[in-house]
Structure formats: C-alpha cells, structure tokens
Design a protein. Structure first.
Length: 429
C-alpha cells in the first residue's frame, strides 16, 4: 500500500485480509484503511500484524480489525488462515516470540522493486534496492524504542539460507543493493558476518547497508573492515543525542565520547556512517540543539544526515519504557490514539516553536530540491537565533555536497505517511 492503490476487487472478495504494520508510518496508514476495508467487506476476517500491532491493539480493533499479532507472526498467521478455512473461531496471540523455521518470502506478487526507494550514490546516480532481514527484535532495551515492548530484550535469527535465497530472488528481480532491516545487525555478529561473506562471494558488486548501534560499532570494531570489504556502503547508527544526560535517560548504552570514537573509527576505515537523532525531547535545550548542529558540522557529518532527522520529536508509544520514568506523569500527557503517541509539550515553549520551524525548513528544503548542506544551514540559522547565538556564515561550498550514499526515501520508523501514501488509500489530508 506504500506504492500502489488499493485493489478494491481483491479486498471485497477476500475471506482474510492482513495488514502489515512494522512501524509507525504503516500503522497510521492502516488506521485510515481499516474502516474502509470493514465497510467494503463486512464478512472478512481482518488482521493487523507486525511490531506496532500489540501496543495499538485496542485502537486497531476499534477501527475494524478482528485480530492483531506482533513479534514472530508467521506461525500465528498460518494458524489463523487454517482455522478460518476449517470454519473454526481462530485464537490469535497478541505477541508470539516462538523461534521459527522461516520460509523464503514470496515477493513476486508485489510491485516491481523499481517502484520502491532506491540507493542514491550521492552523485545523482541511483540503483534499484531490495530489502531483507537477517534478524528481528533486539537484545537491548533502550527506553524509547518500540521494539522493546514486544521483544523485551530478545532477538530472533532468520536462517542464513533463507536470507540468501531472498537476496537471490531480489537480485534476479533487478536489485543492485540490499537494505538489511534488522533493528541491529550486530545483535548476532557471527550470523551477520557469515551472511555478508556469503553475499559478497555469491554476488560480487552487490552493495548493502545495515543498522548498528554506536556501542556495537565500538565493541565489534574488528569486524568493520569486513563490512567495507563485502560491499557495505553505509551504516545507519542511532546516535539520538549529543548530551550525556539525555543518552543516560534513554539508556542508549553509549556516551557522546563513544559517538566521537565511532566516527573516527569509521573515517579511518572509509566506512560511511548515517547517524540518526531524536533532537527534540523534553530534556532538549535551545543551546543543546545548537550544540548538536555544531557537533554535526565539526565532525563533517552534514552530508550524512537527512535534514528531516534534525526535526524528529520523541515519540512516546503505548507501552513505551519512557512511561516508567519517575517524572513521566508530569512530562507525558494523555495518549493520542490517532497520533499513536502520548502528547507532550516542552516546558520551554520556544523549544517546541523551534521544532515546528525546523520541521518546516526540512520539508521545504526537500520540496525545493535543496542539498542537505543548504537545508542544514537554514536550520542552523534558526537554531542559532533561537538560542540567542550569533548567526554563522554559510560555507561557500554549501551547494557541493560530498558524495554520501543514502536511500532515496529518508526512511525512519517514526515518519508520518506522505501525501502520496495517503492518496493511495483514497484518503485526502
Ligand atoms: S534503539 Fe536500537 S539498540 Fe536500542 S532497543 Fe531499539 S533496536 Fe535495540
């Protein structure tokens, strides 16, 4: 549904409709779609499956879903389909963490890979990208992370032969790059390294990207040269903040100094880092935000950060670990069902105003085709002014970015759906 319009004939004739909601964006789209599906086909069993299902179960059911399952959902979905075929009332667990023997995903019914986000090499060239997962869940329990309420510090491996077959099929369908969607590729480093070696052996020239937390980049520094040698063109790493107090509150497992060390390590190896941030939290200050931008500039990371990353506001999902903080009651307000988040306001209204201005600048920069550098300097001017700091002259080379590989869609799991994605559902926003 992210790239094509709803097939109404299929929806009307189906006995079972299942919507995949692995992240916030998809869940927001599913919430719009559910009432339409329910009206079109009152008799169908409608299921929502994926990471965001369990914490939003009541809401999704109020919109028309009959069942919801998160975690390792394939087994329960098969049981559900078999139960419906046999005429039984199906019982679907809200969360399954059962270890599974996976099957190779059948993606041939999906739109062509060229319809999805591509890998941009940073020089205006792009190649078709595929997607797979070598693991799910996460060993860690960062407080703000939506993986934690479902997996609770556990992770599950997808068997290597299944991942390889999935990649093989996508390469045959035109993929020249693979995005590994694992929450953290180094939760199982032995599995990860054996896999990328097999990928490089079988598909020389195929590139890939992975997500690895700062702590793991440092702990497994000895593995990073192999990533470079096997075709890894960038590593997304969730830095979140450059303030040790905020990092400690979020229980991120790294410090600002660790981030600096990870950047130095990556630079030495020629490994491109794509840091992600949650710059706007209840603990953010105007000076702290300006310092974040200064840090990004000082580390030569301006071209590595999608401008939208500079506008992200902390999302407090239902069941979030953040709700267990001692002062959570004062910080986080009621749960806003449609937004899928607890509402919160910063104690300093100027911080909220800056967030709105930065989000607008990032969006305008995107629609006006500005480089990351140009958007960054617009945002930095806003931040400096808000913090009462002097305006900084933009460097003269701001329109000539470094060639940093990135995906054409600045994907991040807390993104709101785009106008086009809502239009595919027949919903105007
Ligand atoms: S933020 Fe990353 S490392 Fe932390 S729990 Fe979530 S997936 Fe794991």
């Amino acid at each position: 549904m992210a790239v094509e319009a709803l097939d109404e004939a299929a929806a009307i004739s189906a006995d079972l409709i299942a919507l995949y909601i692995p992240m916030h964006t998809a869940t927001r789209m599913a919430a719009e779609l559910l009432p339409r599906l329910r009206t079109m086909n009152p008799a169908a069993h409608i299921n929502c499956y994926g990471l965001y299902g369990p914490v939003n179960s009541n809401y999704l059911k109020s919109l028309g879903a009959d069942s919801v399952v998160g975690g390792e959902f394939e087994g329960p979905l098969v049981d559900l389909a078999r139960g419906l075929l046999a005429g039984n009332a199906p019982s679907v667990p809200l969360v399954s963490l059962a270890k599974q023997v996976f099957q190779v995903p059948r993606r041939s019914d999906l739109p062509a890979l060229s319809h999805y986000g591509k890998l941009n090499d940073g020089r205006d060239g792009s190649v078709v990208a595929g997607y797979t997962e070598a693991s799910r869940g996460c060993k860690h329990t960062c407080l703000h992370c939506p993986v934690v309420p479902v997996y609770k510090g556990k992770f599950r491996i997808v068997q290597r032969d299944v991942v390889m077959a999935d990649i093989r099929n996508q390469v045959a369908a035109g993929a020249r790059h693979i995005t590994f969607g694992d929450p953290d590729f180094f939760n199982g480093p032995a599995h990860a390294m054996a896999l990328v070696q097999s990928v490089a052996d079988e598909f020389p020239g195929l590139t890939y990207d992975v997500t690895i937390k700062v702590e793991h980049l440092l702990r497994h520094a000895d593995l990073l040269p192999t990533l470079v040698a096997t075709g890894c063109v960038f590593v997304t790493t969730a830095v979140e903040a450059v303030d040790d107090n905020i990092l400690a509150i979020l229980d991120k497992g790294h410090t600002v100094d660790d981030f600096h060390r990870a950047v130095a390590l990556a630079n030495d190896l020629g490994l491109v880092l794509a840091p992600t941030f949650v710059p706007f939290t209840p603990w953010t200050t105007l000076a702290g935000y300006a310092n974040l931008l200064t840090t990004i500039a000082d580390l030569d990371l301006i071209d590595h950060v999608a401008p939208v990353q500079l506008a992200i506001r902390l999302l407090v999902t239902q069941g979030s670990g953040l709700l267990g903080l001692p002062d959570a009651g004062e910080m986080f307000g009621d749960y806003h069902q449609k937004a899928l988040s607890h509402v919160w306001r910063h104690p300093d209204p100027a911080v909220d105003a800056l967030q709105i201005a930065v989000a607008a600048a990032a969006e305008t920069g995107d629609s006006d085709g500005l480089t990351r550098r140009e958007s960054f300097h617009r945002i930095r001017a806003l931040a400096q002014k808000a913090a009462g700091l002097p305006t900084l002259a933009a460097p003269i080379d701001q329109a000539t970015p470094l060639p940093v590989p990135h995906l054409s869609e600045a994907w991040f799991c807390c993104a709101e759906p785009t106008v086009r994605q809502f239009a595919n559902l027949g919903v105007a926003i």
